[in-house]
Design a protein around this ligand. Structure first.
Ligand code: PGA
Length: 251
């Protein structure tokens, strides 16, 4: 059985005060132990969040890491080893906002993925198609390519210690959510792609859905056989809404 994971991506939001308030709200949420909960604050607030959630079941991740695993001369970047040192467990890799706005290449995605794992962080590999790609019928090809970059460079076994997040770009922050059937189709294809290399890895890997997930849509999405939880942006900034999404993953 795969343990459901609900991950809150706080993106470029938060001040010390609002982060303290959000931590407080999170600590009050009752979530079944069967559900793993992770939050991904901006790097500035990671240490504050690690301290704030200490003693709770919530774990912390980062939204990105450098292409180099170890500290060094790379102005403005944060090494996976530094994230591990401050208490991160997970790191998002290849979020579509980074792929598109910051022109992050597949090559960088692979290097960051490898850097994360070399420091015992669990990468959450984000994949997903744009609206134009979906309308052109290219969804499975695009997602397959994003996955293949990692598989061909690092081998399929890396997914025994990684998570995949399917996030259709057109659903992120737009209020549009993929229907449970649309999402399931892509999740099943991702699992099948991994299964073509290793059935064991495919059975164990958690595949999260992301893109305007709300408490109201979560139950149906998480009820699909290949959806193992969610990567939640906007709704993760509200502790009660996020708590409700976490509970949906346990129902
Ligand atoms: P959203 O963001 O829930 O605000 O659509 C999801 C994400 O980008 O991870």
């Amino acid at each position: 059985m795969r343990r459901p994971l609900v991950a809150g991506n706080w993106k470029m939001h938060g001040t010390r005060a609002s982060v303290a308030e959000l931590i407080n709200g999170l600590r009050q949420q009752v979530v079944p132990a069967a559900v793993e909960v992770a939050v991904f604050p901006g790097s500035l607030h990671i240490a504050q969040v690690v301290e704030g959630v200490a003693g709770s079941a919530v774990v912390v991740g980062a939204q990105d890491c450098a292409i180099e695993a170890e500290q060094g001369a790379l102005t403005g970047e944060v090494a996976a080893s530094q994230l591990q040192d401050v208490g991160c467990r997970y790191v998002l890799i290849g979020h579509s906002e980074r792929r598109t706005v910051l022109a992050e290449s597949d090559d960088w995605v692979v290097r960051k993925f490898a850097a994360a794992q070399s420091c015992s962080l669990v990468p959450v590999l984000c994949v997903g198609e744009t609206l134009a790609q979906r309308e052109a019928g290219e969804t499975l090809a695009v997602v397959g390519r994003q996955l293949d970059c990692v598989i061909s460079a690092l081998g399929v076994d890396v997914f025994s210690k990684a998570v995949v997040a399917y996030e259709p770009v057109w659903a992120i922050g737009t209020g549009l959510t993929a229907s449970p059937q649309q999402a399931q189709e892509v999740h099943a294809a991702i699992r099948a792609r991994i299964a073509a290399e290793s059935g064991d890895v495919a059975r164990g890997v958690r595949i999260l859905y992301g893109g305007s997930v709300k408490a109201a849509s979560a139950v149906e999405l998480f009820g699909m056989p290949d959806i193992d939880g969610g990567l939640v942006g906007g709704a993760s900034l509200n502790a009660d809404e996020f708590g409700a999404i976490c509970r949906a993953a346990g129902s």
